[in-house]
Structure formats: C-alpha cells, structure tokens
Ligand binder design. Structure first.
Ligand code: GDP
Ligand code: MG
Length: 493
C-alpha cells in the first residue's frame, strides 16, 4: 500500500466517525482499529502503531468530554496530533545561512538516490537565488562523475569532479576549497555508496567528513526498502554525525511506512522528500502539510481546513489577489498530494479528464514560471496587467523558465480567471467588504455570495458538495477566519 492509499484509508476511518449518529466507546474502538490497520498495511512499524493506539486511547476521554463539545472533531484532532508527534523530531531543523559557505555532505547506500538528490538540492537552492554547486566524491561507482556532470549541466549548476583521481578525499578537499574560494553558498558533496553496510564505506565517510567538515550531513533514505530503513539510518548515525534525512522515492510503489517508522524511531529530522526522478521533484518536508496530505482531501471538512491552509480566508480579507497568492496556493496544492481533487476549484484550469500526473505537471510548470518572476511582479496588485503593459516581462519569464511565451500567456490567463473568481467571492467589492469576516454574513451578503457561485466551475461546485456545501464552506471559512490563530497559513516572504 503506497502512502496515498494510507491517506485514503485514514480518511475513511475518520469519516466513519462522521457517519455514526452517536459517538460511543464502540465507535471509537472501531475507528482506532481502522486507523491502526491502515498504518500497519502501509508498513508502519508494529510497535509504533501500538504506541500510537495507546496514546490515542488515553488522550481521548469520551466520558470526560463536555456534552457541548464536538466529539468527532476532537477525536479527529487527536489522531492528527498523534501523527504529528510521530514525525516531529523535536529538534531544530538545520537550514543553510545566506552569504556564508554551507557544505552539505550526502551519505547513504548505493541506489538510495544520493546523486539524484544532490542535484535536486543544489537546483532547489539555485532557483531560490543561492549560489550553489556540486562536488562528486564518488570514485567507487564507475560513471558516477558522468551522472553528476550530466545532472549539473542540465541544471547549469557548477560542478567539480575528476575522471582520473581515485581518492575521494582528495577530490572533495580540492573541490570544496575551490568553491569556498569562489564564495559559493551551497556546496553539495556527493559520496559513494555500497550495496550493503560495510566498514570500508563508513571509514570513507568518516575520512571525507573530517576532510570537508560539512555543516550538515544528510542521510538519503530510500523509502522503497521499507523497515530496513531503521537499522540503516542507525548504522550511519553511529559513524558520522547525520543531522538530516531526505526520504526518496515516496512517489513510487514504496509503502513509505517503513521510512516513516525509521524517522520516528531515530527522531531524525526530515528536511526534504524526493517525489520523482526529475530535478524538480524535491519538496521541503513540513510535518503538518504532510499529515494533511496523508489524511487526504476527500471530504468537506478537509476542504475547509485546506481553504484555511490556502489562506483563502486571508486572501478574501485582503481583497486583492496577487500572483504570489496564486503561487502559494499552487504550492500548497502540490504539498497536499492529490491535485485533481482540488483543481476543480480553479476556474477553467484545464480540460476535463486531466489525470493526476498531467495536473501535477501543469501546476509544476506554472510554479517554475512564477519562480522566474521577481518580487515586484509576484506582489503587484496589478497582477497580469503589469505584464500586458510591459510585454518584455513575459519574454523574460519565458526565457528564465525555459518555456514558451504562449505558456506564460496561459499562466496569466489562469491567474486572471482565478483572481476574478476571488474578487467575486470576497474582494474589495465583494461579500466581505471592509475585511471583517468575524461578524457573520447577513442575508444580503449571502445573496452576493450566491452570485459568486455563478463564477465557479461546476465541477468545483460539485467537489464542494453543491450549493449547500459551498455555503457551508464559506461559513466555515469565516469561522476559521474568526478564530484564525491556529490555522496559520504559509509565511509571506
Ligand atoms: P545513488 O546510488 O545513491 O547515487 O542513487 P542515484 O541518485 O543514482 O539513484 C538511483 C535511482 O533512483 C535512479 O534511477 C534515480 O532516478 C532513482 N531515484 C532517485 N530519487 C528518486 C525519487 O525520489 N523518486 C523516484 N521515482 N526515483 C528516484
Ligand atoms: Mg551516486
């Protein structure tokens, strides 16, 4: 069972709560059994599942809940909290420092995805404007340097390596020194692996790490090896100072539960997850969105939470909708996994029957284009108009993102439709005029709200449970906004 299945099972377990007319001990037990079953099937460690179940049992005190409380909500929240606990390492996650040299050394077994992930990481920072480069210190695997060279060239990332030098320590030292002198901010050092844990490999890692003195050692954890992850990460941690973990291949058929168990057992801070073979398939790991994604997006409840996450409420309140708002929403879509679900919410996003993969690709392409925009463009209240007034910007964005000008036009058109729908729903002239959403909607506002419905894609409306669902969504969004201290959205840059 892959992670997406786990998500579906967990959601359906939680949903059974909603369907029960009364919540009693029996219902709770059945739900706990379903949740545990789903976790076990996803290959989450048995001991961990038992612990989670015990924690939940003691955390949920049905009798003690005041009668007015929403028991379903409290139980769902408890499950969410427990899952968060499981994956929260409780330590500060390492982040690089700007205008300083940050040396990041990768370790892991052969085939875990080190070389691919090194390139992805350098690419990730480069896109964010850091001066990033790659050093290939793998002299064990034939063709290792070629592989890195290829990735680096594709992404136009400076790299260092050697076809002739056989000592990885020499290569790493020379490479890191050279890039340090050139004031690179992110120096990623790729190392060799072996098919299994071997003393020779650990010895090599130890030598490399004393030579290049990395600021961060990243252990690359291959999700597809399941429960074996735990003993492996432990073995590496014993030898070198592993400070972060990147879990790879979470896109594939890996159950993922094994990797998650290893993370939980060793309290390893996961910094990124790999979700594909391409350079862009690397996502910062954030526990909350990750759990959200696991818990799926299937029901209206989740949709409301999402709406909160997406800062729909904030955006409505603010009254304007910038390209950056769209960027941040697209990013949240991606971190939530199944996008076809929510894409219906974007008016006119794509042809009917676009599959998950196409949708993901489209969103990603749009994000890449928006990555090539500058802050002024992203934050401008003028939105697409700015580009129409100065078409040179369109050309620049197209060039910067390796896309056609037609693609940028399409992106701007999507933005226009999107922004229009938002305005109708709650912009300055819309329902929540004045920005105070805590006061509730009066009937005349509701009438305006209903006008907003006409703007919406029928499929989106369907996703939200028809007109009634939409209205209840809007009401709940409001309530969310009224007590929005807990539903914080992503930080504004
Ligand atoms: P290394 O031996 O640790 O350097 O591993 P490589 O970087 O050479 O990767 C081994 C294989 O895993 C390659 O075929 C990669 O394309 C693939 N791979 C790496 N990361 C991911 C990922 O996140 N998802 C998928 N599907 N494949 C990945
Ligand atoms: Mg490699």
């Amino acid at each position: 069972m892959v992670l997406a299945d786990l998500g579906r099972k967990l959601t359906s377990a939680l949903k059974s709560l909603n369907e029960a007319t009364i919540v009693n001990g029996e219902v709770l037990n059945a739900m706990l059994k379903d949740v545990s079953g789903a976790l076990l099937q996803a290959d989450v460690n048995v001991k961990l599942v038992k612990q989670l179940r015990d924690n939940l049992t003691s955390a949920i005190d049905l009798e003690g809940m005041a009668s007015g409380m929403n028991k379903r909500k409290m139980i769902q929240q408890a499950v969410f909290n427990e899952l968060m606990q499981l994956l929260d390492p409780g330590v500060r996650i390492w982040t690089p420092t700007k205008r300083k040299t940050n040396v990041i050394m990768f370790v892991g077994l052969q085939g875990s995805g080190k070389t691919t992930t090194c390139s992805k990481l350098a690419y990730y920072y480069q896109k964010k404007g850091w001066k990033a480069c790659l050093v290939c210190a793998d002299t064990f695997r034939a063709g290792a340097f070629d592989q890195l060279k290829q990735n680096a060239t594709k992404a136009r990332i400076p790299f260092y390596g050697s076809d002739t030098e056989m000592d990885p320590v020499v290569i790493a030292t020379v490479g890191v020194d050279k890039f340090k002198a050139e004031k690179f901010e992110i120096i990623v050092v790729d190392t060799s692996g072996r098919h299994k844990q071997e003393e020779a490999l650990f010895e090599e890692m130890l030598q490399l790490s004393s030579a290049v003195k990395p600021d961060n050692i990243v252990y690359v954890m291959d999700a597809s090896i399941g429960q074996a992850c735990e003993s492996q990460v432990k073995a590496f941690k014993d030898k070198v100072d592993v400070a972060s973990v990147i879990i790879t291949k979470l896109d594939g058929h890996a159950k993922g539960g094994g990797a998650l168990s290893a993370v939980a057992a060793t309290r390893s801070p996961v910094i990124f997850i790999g979700t594909g073979e391409h350079l862009g398939d690397l996502e910062p790991f954030k526990t909350k969105p990750f759990i959200n994604k696991l818990l799926g997006m299937g029901d209206i409840e989740a949709l409301v939470d999402t709406a909160n996450e997406l800062k729909l409420a904030d955006t409505l309140k603010k009254g304007s909708f910038t390209l950056r708002d769209m960027y941040e929403q697209f990013q949240s879509f991606r971190s939530m996994g199944s996008v076809t679900h929510i894409l219906g919410m974007i008016p006119g996003f794509g042809p009917d029957g676009m599959n998950e993969e196409d949708c993901q690709k489209k969103i990603k392409r749009m994000l890449v284009m928006m990555d090539s925009m500058n802050n002024h463009e992203l934050d401008s209240e003028e939105g697409a108009k700015l580009f129409n007034k100065q078409p040179g910007r369109i050309q620049r964005v197209a060039r910067g993102s390796g896309s056609e000008m037609a693609d940028v036009h399409e992106l701007l058109a999507t933005y226009n439709r999107y922004a229009k729908a938002y305005k109708k729903m709650g912009g300055t002239k819309g329902v929540f005029k004045g920005g105070d959403m805590s006061k509730g909607v009066n009937p005349s506002q509701m009438a305006k709200l209903n006008q907003g419905l006409k703007m919406m894609d029928p499929r989106a409306l369907q996703q939200m449970g028809g007109v009634a669902g939409y209205q209840s969504l809007m009401q709940q969004v409001q309530q969310g906004a009224a007590g929005s201290t807990k539903g914080k959205g992503p930080k504004k840059k």
